[in-house]
Design a protein around this ligand. Structure first.
Ligand SMILES: Cc1ncc(COP(=O)(O)O)c(C=O)c1O
Length: 381
């Protein structure tokens, strides 16, 4: 018996495979920037902004320093701060409530839907009630398109309108997705995204963007990302921050955006294969013909307390998994004192104990998919 058999480990997200495909194009574009030396606000930033706006159909795309800054900038531009409540899901990455708290406003946690993992429109009024009881003025609703699936804007937008809530789509995980033919970037009055390297459209560092059709909002964000700049750089008309997307990241993103549509198709193909092969052993993620999901994560639910054992069995076979998110925001030390929607967050708590994400990226070949599928089935049947 060979005691030293090496198990080949699969990357969870293979950024290097895409880097190999892009090859010289990335080296050349970075060399162009280091040649012209306009590292801040170089021509590639405006070029990328035009390409992003055209890609999603929004009137404005504004490059910013990160997905978190994108959220903070929209909240600042809307004048949201102390005494205000922003409703957001607890089942999200820390950056969503963090951005709210950074402005001085209070995140109020709202329930999500068990099938889609996204904000449950029915729970919004219960969150507003909790906010009001805490003496806060409910001002905005931050939706999060978790794992790349657009939230249900057809249901959410009218409820938000009725309650006077401004909708901000935290699309850090979903840029590139669409609902009924309309792209993320156009489904809410303001949309933010992240270009963190592991995101479906990622750069080689930190980056983000804001999308909107609102000219005044776009102007304010362009000013805020640049220290509240007015007519020129020594005219400060409001308090802003250093929130710009740097030129090298913009140049990288221009190249990556060219292959993004193909990558979205590849991700969808892999997700459908996973769904077909695993639907009888786990709760596979929601998919429908009305949405394009960008599958930032492929996340299944494993009930009966078997999730951690499944993850351990897969890891022993060289297959990494991840749990997004094992501790929801309302149970985190930093956020546990913020209000929770009336009736509590039972679905959120349940999901936190059941979710597990499998390797997913556009370069995951069929033999590797089959190895993952076989390992999951082997562990659960
Ligand atoms: C839902 C969500 N919102 C916001 C962010 C923040 O993005 P960034 O890391 O670019 O600041 C992330 C990043 O993972 C995210 O997943």
């Amino acid at each position: 018996m060979n005691q030293h058999t090496r198990i080949d480990s699969i990357p969870f997200i293979d950024v290097a495979a895409q880097r190999r495909r892009l090859g010289r194009r990335i080296d050349d574009t970075i060399a162009r920037v280091t040649g012209h030396c306009q590292f801040i606000n170089g021509p590639e930033v405006a070029e990328l902004e035009r390409a992003l706006a055209e890609f999603c159909g929004a009137a404005h795309a504004i490059g910013v320093a990160s997905g978190t800054d994108a959220l903070v900038l929209v909240l600042m531009a809307k004048g949201i701060g102390r005494g205000d409540a922003v409703i957001c899901p607890s089942f999200t990455y820390a950056a969503s409530p963090e951005a709210v708290a950074l402005t001085g406003a209070t995140p109020v946690f709202c329930e999500v839907d068990e099938k889609t993992f996204n904000l449950d429109p029915v729970g919004i009024e219960r969150a507003v009630a909790a906010a009001k009881r805490a003496g806060l003025a409910p001002k905005a609703l931050m939706t999060v398109d978790l794992f790349g699936l657009p939230a249900d804007y057809e249901a959410i937008n009218p409820v938000a309108g009725k309650l006077g809530l401004y909708v901000i789509d935290d699309a850090a995980q979903s840029f590139g997705a669409a609902a009924k033919g309309r792209h993320i970037g156009t489904l809410a009055p303001a949309t933010t995204t992240s270009f963190f390297p592991a995101k479906p459209l990622g750069c080689y560092g930190d980056g983000g963007a804001v999308f909107t059709d609102d000219d005044a909002l776009a102007d304010t964000i362009r000013s805020l990302r640049n220290h509240g700049q007015g007519a020129d750089r020594y005219d400060n008309v409001r308090i802003g921050m250093t929130g710009r997307l740097d030129t090298i990241q913009a140049a990288v993103l221009i190249e990556k955006l060219r292959i993004f549509p193909e990558e979205i198709v590849a991700r969808e193909r892999i997700a459908r294969r996973y769904n077909a092969a695993l639907a009888d052993v786990v709760h596979v993620p929601h998919s429908s013909n009305e949405h394009t999901c960008v599958w930032a994560q492929y996340t299944v639910r494993v009930s009966g307390g078997r999730r951690d054992a499944l993850a351990a069995t897969l890891l022993a076979q060289g297959i990494p998994t991840a749990q997004y998110y094992p501790v929801p925001s309302h149970r985190q030390g930093a956020y546990r004192d913020f209000p929770v929607a009336d009736g509590g967050l039972a679905v959120t708590d349940k999901l936190a104990g059941e979710v597990v994400s499998l390797p997913m990226h556009a370069y995951l070949d069929e033999p590797t998919q089959d190895r993952i599928i076989g390992a999951v089935r082997g562990a659960l049947t």
